[in-house]
Design a protein around this ligand. Sequence first.
Ligand code: NAD
Ligand code: ZN
Ligand code: ZN
Length: 357
Amino acid sequence: MKALVFQGPGQIAWQDVPDPVVKGADDVVIRVDVVTICGTDLHVIKGDVPEVTPGRVLGHEAVGTVVEAGAGVRTVRPGDRVLISCISACGRCRFCREGHYGQCRGGGGWVLGHTVDGTQAEYVRVPFADLSVHPLPASVDSHDGVLLADIFPTAYEVGVLNGGVRPGDTVVVVGAGPIGLAAIIGAGLYSPGRIIAVDLAESRLAAARSLGADATAGAAEEPGQLVDDLTEGLGADVVIEAVGVPEAFEMCTRMVRPGGRVANIGVHGRPATLHLEDLWSKDITITTGLVDTYSTPMLLGMLAADRLPSSSLITHRFELGQMEEAYDVFSRAADTGALKVVLGGPQHNEIIAPAQP
Ligand SMILES: NC(=O)c1ccc[n+]([C@@H]2O[C@H](COP(=O)([O-])OP(=O)(O)OC[C@H]3O[C@@H](n4cnc5c(N)ncnc54)[C@H](O)[C@@H]3O)[C@@H](O)[C@H]2O)c1
Ligand SMILES: [Zn+2]
Ligand SMILES: [Zn+2]
């Protein structure tokens, strides 16, 4: 089959690799129908995620069709259309039993496109299938559904819920990429007083306004002043970091009010400075987190009920084989206006199991 292979920092290629096969009784092999690219994949390519070694197939988000299931898989069978979650879960370890699937110690967590081969491929093996894929209701389009593999649960759990957004709050979202935009949509569910989006790219600020931001500011144009002006100098109740660079995190800690919350979502490859000389007396709470995806069933229900505008984040569609072009468009988002790029599409119904090695 073909897959997008990481070949070391700065290098990727869509190339031939061996077909995946069921290895454990809990595994499924899935034909990838629709797949997307995450800001985290860009961090991997930059070399920010050193556990990803050359030869790894990237990608941790997809919708596909089960072609083969191990003997122990109970909840899906060949032919089922499923959402592949970015987080896999053994279901047995202490963290899984608490719903903290992202921290799974039994071989799950963020493994796809990280420590095992991922979804940017024609086929993918998914471990612990019963807890790691979600059958999709017929009413959910695959292109809309794929955005629930990562960005919506991440923005909701690690941004909105960790940030404790409440009615009336002033919420600042730093970084208006797909994750930040999904955080704006998620925060909007709690009737905040106002949402302020901050980004370097005007195209992304425009997207933020169209998805519910009440005000926007360029990251280079003193956004803290706008926040002060809108909050009588207090600062924001909740600041969500959705970038993953030290400057953005440090900006968040300057914009939060005393007693407020900073929810970090960004994947960081470099240390950020925590200015305790300013912050020690401000009673602030800082949270970090890898998404757990415990909210995915709820979000799927909202999508099926047409209560989640996920398709508004999709700006570009490609064929699966145009992976390198899609990466190019996604990584130059400030020029291309890309938000979420999706590849693939509904396929013929005939299910062809990959050849055994
Ligand atoms: N914690 C998790 O579980 C989790 C899951 C998925 C993604 N992430 C991370 O979330 C972050 C956002 O993901 P994405 O897909 O939206 O990425 P993205 O790269 O598409 O978006 C990042 C945005 O930040 C903007 N930006 C860059 N520097 C900035 C600065 N100094 N100030 C303000 N804005 C700035 C960019 O213009 C861009 O619009 C990434 O770091 C990604 O790795 C974390
Ligand atoms: Zn991701
Ligand atoms: Zn586990």
